[in-house]
Design a protein around this ligand. Structure first.
Ligand code: FES
Length: 206
């Protein structure tokens, strides 16, 4: 366990999940491929340590993110989510990052309305050359998720996916085994072979 992980473990020591396991936050990072994703890659190449609790999802541009996608991450059990895009003026799609800032602000309002802390969601500008900044932001969000505790929706996610689905027994009668006639090749047809009888009928010209 490195220093970062040890410090996170110390912070989250008080939380225990309903499943009996110690709380390990799940942080989802939507990263623009041109900047934040490259920065995350660079952080790895520079051997900078950041929390393994961060799950990176590469997007072409943060302008592609919508509020529903952010809320879906929380519904699926993420404890914190961040969107990381290019600096203002550097977006390859001109205004994608500006749109993303608005979407994140809107989603924060929606989180507050359903009773989740808006601080669980954040937008960051992370240029491609900023590997250390990516590591810092990732750790910051993990620490925040530790301080806020588990996302209450996590338990419904556990209910949803943690147990096997109950399936009604199949009420349909078993289908009869399929029976197919013998395949007749073109060469056999040309030779004028005798007709082939199949359960579905006779193949003409065979
Ligand atoms: Fe990076 Fe749009 S291309 S935020």
């Amino acid at each position: 366990m490195n220093d970062t992980q040890a410090s996170h473990a110390a912070h989250g020591a008080g939380h225990e999940l309903e499943t009996g396991k110690a709380y390990e936050p799940k942080v989802v990072a939507y990263c623009c491929t041109y900047c934040a994703y490259t920065a995350a890659d660079l952080a790895g190449s520079m051997r900078l340590s950041y929390s393994p609790q961060v799950r990176i999802i590469k997007t072409l541009c943060t302008g592609k993110i919508d509020a529903l996608l952010l809320l879906k991450a929380f519904e699926e059990g993420a404890d914190a989510v961040f969107v990381a895009g290019c600096n203002i003026g550097d977006c390859h799609f001109l205004e994608g990052n500006l749109r993303a800032i608005q979407v994140v602000a809107h989603a924060k309002h929606l989180l507050a309305e359903i009773g989740l802390e808006p601080e669980r969601l954040e937008f960051f500008h992370i240029p491609a050359s900023a590997g250390p900044l990516f590591a810092q932001r990732a750790n910051q969000m993990v620490e925040r998720a530790m301080a806020l505790g588990p996302n209450p929706l996590r338990f419904s996610a556990h209910e949803k996916y943690g147990k096997k689905l109950q399936r009604e027994p199949d009420s349909h009668p078993a289908l009869p085994p399929a029976r197919f006639g013998r395949l007749v090749t073109e060469a056999e047809r040309e030779k004028g072979a005798t007709p082939v009888r199949t359960p579905e009928g006779t193949i003409p010209g065979a």
